[in-house]
Design a protein around this ligand. Structure first.
Ligand SMILES: NC(=O)c1ccc[n+]([C@@H]2O[C@H](COP(=O)([O-])OP(=O)(O)OC[C@H]3O[C@@H](n4cnc5c(N)ncnc54)[C@H](OP(=O)(O)O)[C@@H]3O)[C@@H](O)[C@H]2O)c1
Length: 305
């Protein structure tokens, strides 16, 4: 599909989150007209405010990067998690439907139970555990129900120079501890938030072009998977982070890294043992390639430290 910007104007919710900041950077870099909304600017459930912005700015699509992402804390705040992960996306989907514009919504590998032994495809059976996973799945269902022009992008193991994430936690712990135990029996694909941002913007451009195409070509709306290009355990990811930080001289000495089992690191919510997402569909439909996390983590570490 061709890429044209024309009169595209994207509204980004969750603009001060980890992915939101990467999206904001990318929109500015690419010179795409946009409006950024953080939680302070407007709650995603505040449809009166959002409706006015969409009308006044001539918004052509909404990207929703807002979410309740505290996986364990969600167990004690189920109402709040539901409001942000289910009710918010439902409100945005209804708004988009009223204005006949697409909604690009971000979801998670946590909609799956992690019992697969092959990479998850978009049509695989969902089976979340915990409040976070359930509310994210219900958010997907609401978006599908209320807005036919939807893109739901499931991603996993997100890292960047912004917000809280595994890479930044490991770099902090490496400076504080001589020895670290990291889980070695959960596997996934680390994904750079900047690459998710590029993927979402590319998709937004392509569906905008399809919407403008008078030949009747249909934009391929639906659910897509997007993540890193190589599966690794958390232990393997930590090792890669330490090696790179040490190589560039940012870490004087690497901590001793012990491989531990999930049982040795109990959490309120059981994490999926296998979170690998198949990305054939997004490559075929939109020409979007996986996040090359080993390459990009070098830049992120250098930028962060
Ligand atoms: N992080 C991961 O490893 C991971 C993995 C898989 C999928 N995902 C998905 O990726 C997306 C982005 O995650 P992220 O890491 O960027 O999360 P994040 O850093 O927690 O950002 C979420 C943002 O949403 C905002 N927000 C919360 N409630 C809101 C509301 N009611 N109205 C407006 N904004 C609200 C938050 O504002 P405050 O800062 O004010 O709270 C925050 O800025 C989410 O959909 C998440 O489920 C993330």
């Amino acid at each position: 599909m061709s890429q044209i910007n024309n009169d595209m104007h994207l509204l980004l919710t969750g603009a001060s989150g980890q992915l939101g900041q990467c999206l904001a950077d990318e929109l500015k870099t690419q010179g795409i007209a946009h409006t950024l909304l953080s939680r302070q600017d407007a709650d995603i459930n505040d449809t009166v405010v959002l409706e006015k912005i969409v009308a006044d700015k001539g918004v052509t699509a909404i990207i929703n990067a807002a979410a309740y992402t505290a996986v364990d804390k969600a167990e004690s705040e189920p109402e709040l998690a539901k409001r942000i992960n289910e009710d918010g996306p439902a409100a945005l989907a209804k708004l988009c439907s009223r204005f006949d514009i697409p909604l690009l919504h971000v979801s998670t590998d946590y909609v799956f139970d992690g019992n697969s032994q092959t990479p998850y495809v978009e049509t695989d059976q969902t089976n979340p555990s915990g409040v976070y996973g359930h509310t994210k799945l219900n958010g997907e269902i609401a978006v599908q129900r209320h807005c036919s022009k939807h893109i739901i992008l499931r991603t996993a193991w997100v890292f960047s120079e912004y917000g809280n994430n595994f890479l930044k936690t490991m770099l902090r712990l490496a400076k504080e501890c001589d020895t670290l135990g990291v889980v070695a029996d959960q596997f996934g694909c680390p994904t750079y938030a900047g690459d998710i941002a590029k993927a979402l913007i590319s998709i937004a451009q392509q569906i905008h072009a399809a919407e403008q195409d008078k030949s009747g070509a249909q934009a391929p709306y639906g659910v897509y998977h997007y993540a890193g290009d190589e599966a690794v355990s958390w232990h393997g990811f930590a090792a890669a982070i330490f090696e790179e930080a040490h190589r560039i001289g940012a870490l004087a000495r690497m901590p001793i890294l012990n491989a531990i089992a999930t049982d040795a690191y109990p959490t309120a919510v059981k994490r999926p043992a296998y979170s690998v997402l198949n990305m054939t569909k997004i490559a075929d439909e939109f020409g979007v390639n996986a996040s090359e996390w080993r390459l990009v983590q070098k830049d992120v570490i250098a930028r962060y430290l």
